[in-house]
Design a protein around this ligand. Structure first.
Ligand SMILES: Nc1ncnc2c1ncn2[C@@H]1O[C@H](COP(=O)(O)OP(=O)(O)OP(=O)(O)O)[C@@H](O)[C@H]1O
Ligand SMILES: [Mg+2]
Length: 183
């Protein structure tokens, strides 16, 4: 699904990632583990096109997507959930989801919205509330739901359970598995 080869990336001249090689197989959940500051978020950001790739390449379904900008990656089925600032706090839950699903046709969007309501009953009750009025856990659900609604084939989730209680973290992993079944 995704192959990263001899990948060097960082922030302008500052190099953070050195010669990374990685393989993500279709139908599987792949995790990246490492200490704080080791470059996990930088890796996801650079694969999505938000951080300068200094050399190496990224292949998605065998196609070279190294220099494709983020909005085009969204169009070809890649969704990225940032670790922080991953919802619009001044928009309602419904507006957040509508923006996240902007690439879908109306009918498709409605279908996906129903799926989101099914998997995230917590959000269904709060569609008209501002994102900023949600709890930390509910915000995280909205962020994950925003990735799910896109009908992406490759979901790149950065710390989807950060700051959640063990119970909510476990719920979140179950929701991710649920998402996987529908994609
Ligand atoms: N916008 C930025 N500009 C410059 N350096 C940055 C920027 N963002 C991150 N870094 C640096 O890149 C390095 C890797 O950070 P990154 O956020 O990728 O780590 P991480 O593995 O995701 O950490 P955490 O587990 O804390 O989320 C750190 O040294 C950090 O200071
Ligand atoms: Mg991180």
């Amino acid at each position: 699904m995704l192959r990263v080869e001899n990948f060097f990336a960082g922030y302008k001249e500052l190099r953070i990632l050195f010669d990374i090689n990685a393989l993500v197989e279709e139908g599987k959940i792949t995790t990246i583990a490492g200490p704080n500051g080791s470059g996990k978020s930088t890796f996801l950001k650079s694969v999505f096109g938000l951080v300068t790739i200094q050399s190496g390449r990224v292949l998605y379904k065998s196609k070279d997507i190294t220099i494709i900008p983020p909005h085009k990656k969204t169009m070809i089925g890649i969704a990225y959930l940032p670790q922080v600032e991953n919802i619009f706090t001044n928009l309602t839950v419904e507006e957040n989801l509508r923006i996240a699903g902007y690439t879908l046709k109306n009918e498709e969007y409605k279908e996906r919205l129903n799926l989101v309501k099914e998997i995230f009953p917590e959000l269904k009750m709060r569609l008209k509330q501002n994102g900023g009025a949600l709890s930390g856990g509910e915000r995280q659900f909205l962020a994950i739901a925003s990735a799910l609604i896109k009908k992406a084939e490759l979901l790149m989730l950065d710390e989807p359970t950060a700051m959640l209680s063990p119970r909510l973290a476990s719920d979140t992993f179950n929701k991710i598995l649920e998402i996987k079944k529908h994609n």
